[in-house]
Structure formats: structure tokens, C-alpha cells
Design a protein around this ligand. Sequence first.
Ligand SMILES: N[C@@H](CCC[C@H](N)C(=O)O)C(=O)O
Length: 310
Amino acid sequence: MTDFFKYQAAGNDYLVIDPRHTDFTVSPETIRLVCDRHRGIGADGVLYGPLEEPRAGAPVPLALYNSDGSDCGRSGNGLRMFALHLAAQEPGGWADGREFTLRTAAGECPVRILDAAAGRVEVGMGRPSFDAADLPLLDEDDTPYRGRAVSVPLTVDGDRLIVTCVYNGNPHTVVLVDDPTPRLARLLGPKIARHPRFPQATNVQFARMAGRNVMELEVFERGAGYVTASGSSACAAASAARELGLCDGRVEVRMPGGSVEISVGADGRVTMTGDAEQVAVGAFAPALRARLGRLATATAARAATAGAAS
Ligand SMILES: N[C@@H](CCC[C@H](N)C(=O)O)C(=O)O
């Protein structure tokens, strides 16, 4: 039995768990355990799918989870990994130029495998929204913030920051800073991510334009913490920079783990291009499988009790 396929993109790592190969049961507890870097396999999240047997021309559904077990609407890096996984599963192996559509809880994303050997994939990430209601973002008096959340003041620990919020399948909050560092992201990231003005939390990006079309980026993700790269974060930060007139339509986004190319069309539609690679294929050892089984049984019992009570 192959229980998992592990992929990474610029150091952002995901487990692909393909129900066609394993009897793994999804629950917040089992996701947390497999993502645990000490007790499990270790990853920033899980890509679970395909949820239906892929059919020619039909979008391929998958579910995404963060390492803390929460749902993740969309992952830019994860979609590139999942596209490579599907291509590698095809009889005959990888297929350059192959185009198909992935469907997540946040909608459909067209993907194109540009260079299978290099793991280079292009993903259509759609048109983001700057509407505060989509994040959602609250005003200082706890009522819904009205309108576009572009260059909004946000007070964190007594300091007034200016942030731009972007929803592209996930909520993102972009802060322009002079010096984005991992230290800053680890320190300020969690305070913004769980700020009371973001009732559903937010991913946080610290960005600096290093040139007209080059951005340096540090990311703190809700649900996964500090990461060395994030695809949807790179898209959100590039969209914010475009909106603020700080770049043209194509931006190289450099993160500590690696770079992605983002293009923002005249209509705001975003396309991301970057690499990903498979790093491991494996099976759960008996002890881990047994713990996962116990967690799955506890989840099923809880669901049955809740069902009986309702
Ligand atoms: N790593 C991802 C983004 C993950 C999304 C996030 N943690 C959320 O729940 O919003 C990427 O590469 O895009």
C-alpha cells in the first residue's frame, strides 16, 4: 500500500494522500498527526484526492488541509504538486503540455504542465477580490469593514500598520515593509493572522519591492505558521502590488525557499508559474497506522454521538 506521496515547492511541503492507494481516513486529528514533523511524516498540509476517478475533460476534485487540521480553500504550491502527481499516475508517465482543471473548495483552477522533468507547472489562480467582506475584515468598532480593503490602517501591539487584504480562494493580508525577514514574519505574522479584526484569521505576507517587477516576500500562514514559500501568498502580494501601482503585469516573487513568476492580467486575472518536486513515496509503519486508526475510530464515534443528539 502506498499511503502518501510527499512533494515540496520552494520548501513548502505537502503530503498527497490518494484514496485510490490507501485507506487513510480524513479528520482534523489524523491530518495533524501525519503532518507532525516529530510523530508523523511531517508537512505543511495535505492534498487529499482525487475525490473522484479522473475523467477526460472533467475537473479533478481534491480537498486541501493545513497542518493544524483546518480546511484550506486553495494552495498555489499544492495545486502544482497535485498536477504533477496526477500526471505521474498516468500510464506512460508525465506529459509536457498537458492541461487539465483542478477543483478545490475555493473553485476551479486550470493547470498546465510546462516541463514535467523539471516539475514546472502553470496554474490559473483566478481574479482576486479586494472586498473586505470576502476576507472577512472587521472595522475598529467590530462592525463589518465596508468596501475595498486597500491600504487600510491596522493597529498591532500599539503600532499602526497599513495593510491590503486580498481574497484569492484564501484570505491574505499584505504588509509592505522595508526589510522582510523570517524574524519579522515569525514575530508579527501570528499577531496579524489572529488579529480580532480577522474573524476567520488570515495568511500574512511581508513584502518589499526589490525592483519594479521583483518582490521579496516572507509569509506566515494561518493553519501552518511560518513557511519558506507560499504560492497563493505570492499571488496575493503581486495582486496587491499591482493594485497599488508598484509593479507591471509580471512579477518575480522571491521567497526564502525559492521564487515563482506571477502574471496579473489587465482584468486582474492571475497566473502563477513555478516548480515542484516529489521527494518521497511511502507507507505508514504499523504503529503510526494503528494510531491513525484509533483517531479515525474516535472521530467516527464523535460524529455518531453528534448525529444521535441532533
Ligand atoms: N501554502 C499554500 C497556501 C495555504 C493556505 C492557507 N494556509 C489557508 O488556509 O488559507 C500556498 O502555497 O498557496
